[in-house]
Design a protein around this ligand. Structure first.
Ligand code: TGC
Ligand code: FAD
Length: 392
């Protein structure tokens, strides 16, 4: 793979709207990605393996629980810093950002928000340091976009809960130490349970043959009469709103992360177009390639402004689920379109692992599907503006 010469576009001087802390956090993450992710990520993607050696580095840049208070081991940062960290990590690879998103928003967030003090103290510091890696089980073989139909269930056996069912497409599952699992009780009410590796009847087979997010480990969660201790239930919020609340936080991070992938594709294509000579001049001097590059930087700039405003709303506790959906949908779609265009700017070289673009493009095919598909986010916006949900 080529050396990482990345320079971030900032066409509208968005840096001027960031605080010194935001820039420090962002720059530390950017340097770390250049140093620790870029040199190795293509090899890991080619061999379809997650680079576990980067876990401690992710913890050091504050990627595990950026907004979780320092008293629980988190970085105690605001939502814009969280977004900027996700942007920088996804600039390296969406699969690495996935691991950070799941750990922060889908495992630490529910334990912090819906758990009790004992659970927070037991799990959060270890998750923040990367000593524990977590995963989040919502999707099932028969229930993806409509998780309310989930079949995974648990029974109160007096001194423990008995958990049965299966989850599919679970990021980090193959090596996770703990899983936050959403299951129905005997009355059909959804609860979160913390399941630990090693509990009898709990297994996590790996999902193979992915063309996308190859440097992220994906797997199943199988629960065959798993005895879950009673102290492992998350009680402060129940019902579908509990997992959906976690998704709000993860989708927000993805809205920023997608900008990173898009920036990397744009920057690579711009540099290549200036250097590649055809018909006696750089292809960057042709109108057709300029159209591609000019549209890319325009769309990145719009996405940056959307994410930044959403971050301000999130800091004020005012961002709605529908606003988050709009940003996730828009920014991931923007990044995927840019990856496809950037790939063409590089001609045949664009299909090789010498450059990051094709890997980003393949990764973004998952990002546009997980955390709510492109269609589902459109329907969330539609329901919000009309008051008439059209999911069924
Ligand atoms: P609906 O009737 O709309 O809502 C059910 C209950 O939940 C409440 N609610 C929320 N509460 C908190 N936060 C939110 N964001 C909420 N959204 C809804 C709602 O008020 C209601 O409460 P109540 O008290 O009235 O019961 O539910 P629905 O069944 O009609 O479904 C709506 C829909 C389709 C939008 C939703 O289910 C959905 O978002 N589906 C997409 C599923 C999804 O995103 N799955 C993601 C799995 S995790 C993942 O992909 C991780 S990838 C990570 C990585 O690797 O980076
Ligand atoms: P389906 O719900 O079957 O949808 C299929 C198609 O139908 C889509 O195009 C969809 O938009 C469309 N559709 C569905 N409903 C409607 C409707 N009402 N109207 C119109 N069109 C509709 N899940 C987890 O719980 N945890 C994880 O960590 C996790 N990680 C993932 C990692 C990867 C790499 C991938 C690919 C997925 C992951 N997921 C995870 C699962 C992901 O959230 C689901 O794939 C996603 O929610 C969509 O569900 P589905 O694949 O079952 O598609």
């Amino acid at each position: 793979m080529k050396p990482d010469l990345f320079e971030a576009p900032d066409y509208y001087n968005i840096d001027d709207l960031l605080s010194e802390e935001h820039k420090l956090v962002r720059d530390a993450a950017r340097q770390w990605v250049k140093r620790a992710v870029s040199p190795i990520i293509e090899d890991y993607a080619q061999k379809a393996e997650f680079p576990k050696e980067i876990l401690s580095g992710l913890a050091e840049i504050g990627a595990f629980g950026p907004y979780i208070p320092e008293s629980y081991g988190g970085a105690g940062l605001d939502q814009i810093s969280y977004g900027l960290i996700m942007q920088e990590i996804e600039r390296g690879d969406s699969g690495v950002r996935s691991t950070a998103s799941v750990q922060s928003s889908l495992v630490m967030y529910p334990i912090y928000t819906y758990g009790n003090e004992e659970q927070r103290k037991k799990y959060l510091p270890k998750l923040a340091s990367g000593e524990y890696i977590g995963c989040f089980g919502l999707t099932e073989p028969n229930h993806g976009s409509n998780p309310s139909g989930m079949e995974t269930k648990y029974k109160d056996m007096g001194d423990h809960y008995l958990l049965n069912g299966a989850k599919l497409w679970i990021s980090n599952a193959p090596f996770a130490d703990i899983a936050v699992v959403w299951a129905k009780n005997e009355e059909g009410r959804i609860h979160g349970l913390i399941v630990e590796r090693g509990m009898e009847g709990f297994s996590t087979p790996t999902t193979h043959n992915k063309w996308s997010l190859r440097a992220s480990a994906t797997g199943e969660l199988i629960f065959d009469n798993v005895k879950v201790p009673k102290e492992n239930i998350l009680l402060s919020k129940t019902g579908l709103g509990a997992p959906l609340g976690c998704l709000d936080s993860a989708r927000y991070g993805i809205a920023w992360g997608a900008i990173g992938a898009a920036m990397d594709c744009y920057d690579t294509a711009l540099r290549y177009a200036k250097e590649r000579i055809q018909f006696g001049k750089p292809i960057a001097a042709t109108q057709l390639q300029q159209k591609k590059l000019a549209e890319m930087v325009t769309e990145i700039t719009k996405a940056q402004l959307l994410a930044l405003r959403l971050g301000q709303l999130k800091n004020e506790g005012k961002a709605t689920t529908a606003q988050i959906s709009m940003a996730k949908r828009n920014n991931v779609d923007m990044a995927l379109k840019i990856a496809r265009e950037a790939r063409q700017v590089l001609g045949a070289m664009g299909i090789t692992g010498e450059y990051s673009i094709m890997r980003h493009m393949m990764n973004l095919e998952s990002v546009i599907t997980y955390e709510g598909t492109h269609d589902i986010h459109l329907l969330i916006t539609g329901a919000d503006i009309t008051g008439m949900p059209a999911f069924q």
